[in-house]
Write a protein that binds this ligand. Structure first.
Ligand code: PTJ
Length: 257
């Protein structure tokens, strides 16, 4: 942790948010988070403010459907990048165990050094993740971003890609994958391309998914999935932001600090 963490008292109203920033900075300094990862985090924070910084009902529905889909998949894979490693490696490992999913590192700004560091970070949790020896390419993507493994992403049927770049999400869709994303921006290309879009903050979403994966079975998955409509979820996310802002704009007490 950088020195700032010492200065943030637990009583600070934005303690958790500030600690997440600290983690990102620490992992950036350790060469795990990409420079653009810091920008991506800021964008996420903005949308979390607009959403109210809590899990909404529609996000919970998407989280439940995502777990149902992962549990019934033949070869589910969780794709991890620098930001996901910094914020939620432990939660990713837990979810992968509960859903029998493989974990693969797949970087947008790929360098072999970052790959090695991320693999090592997951080894701390006793897991050997895929991705350091790629032997396949995601079609229709320029070279380095396309690298993946035959055992993992290439042959997966369901892939969870949190905080994903829009191009790759679309390329995965074109490969016929069922794409699940976690993205606070309901307007992003990834959010709109995915089959299940979880509009929630990464760590909150993963913790909810871990809880769901303890209770959802293959038997009740079918019903959950047959009632799920991703377009409605995206629409409810936008309506939620609109109504929340309208309320804040008209309620004279709401904007007081
Ligand atoms: O580690 P690399 O090299 O693979 O690079 C990772 C980043 C995130 C830099 C790369 O994939 C990228 O540029 O992604 P984008 O296109 O910026 O998309 C990231 C999306 O995640 C944005 O829509 C953000 O709003 C959203 N986001 C950021 N932080 C969070 C988040 N969503 C949920 N939880 C967060 N904590």
């Amino acid at each position: 942790m950088s020195n700032l963490s010492i200065m943030i008292p637990k009583s600070h109203p934005r303690y958790h948010s500030l600690m997440k920033r600290e983690k990102l900075i620490e992992y950036f300094e350790r060469g795990i988070v990409a420079t653009a990862g810091l920008i991506a985090h800021g964008r996420g924070e903005t949308f979390d403010y607009l959403l109210g910084e809590r899990t909404t009902k529609f996000a919970l529905e998407a989280e439940r459907a995502a777990v149902a889909k992962m549990i019934t998949a033949k070869n589910p894979v969780i794709s991890v990048n620098g930001n996901v490693t910094a914020l939620a490696a432990k939660e990713v490992v837990k979810l992968s165990r509960l859903t029998n999913a493989k974990i693969e590192v797949n970087l947008f700004y790929r360098t072999e050094e970052r790959i090695k560091k991320i693999v090592k970070e997951f080894e701390k949790y006793g897991v050997k993740i895929l991705g350091d020896k790629p032997d396949a390419l995601i079609p229709r993507l320029e070279h380095k971003r396309a690298l993946c493994t035959t055992e993992g992403i290439y042959s997966s049927d369901v892939v969870l890609v949190p905080l994903e770049d829009g191009d790759r999400a679309q390329a995965l869709k074109k490969m016929g994958k069922f794409v699940i994303t976690i993205d606070l921006n309901p307007l992003s290309r990834t959010a709109r391309a995915a089959d299940i879009t979880i509009v929630d903050e990464l760590t909150r979403a993963l913790r909810n998914m871990i809880e769901f994966s303890r209770v959802i079975t293959k038997e009740n998955s079918e019903k959950i999935l047959s009632n799920y409509r991703n377009r409605e979820i995206l629409s409810r996310a936008l309506t939620h932001i609109k109504e929340r802002l309208e309320k804040l704009a008209t309620d004279s007490q709401a904007l007081r600090v």
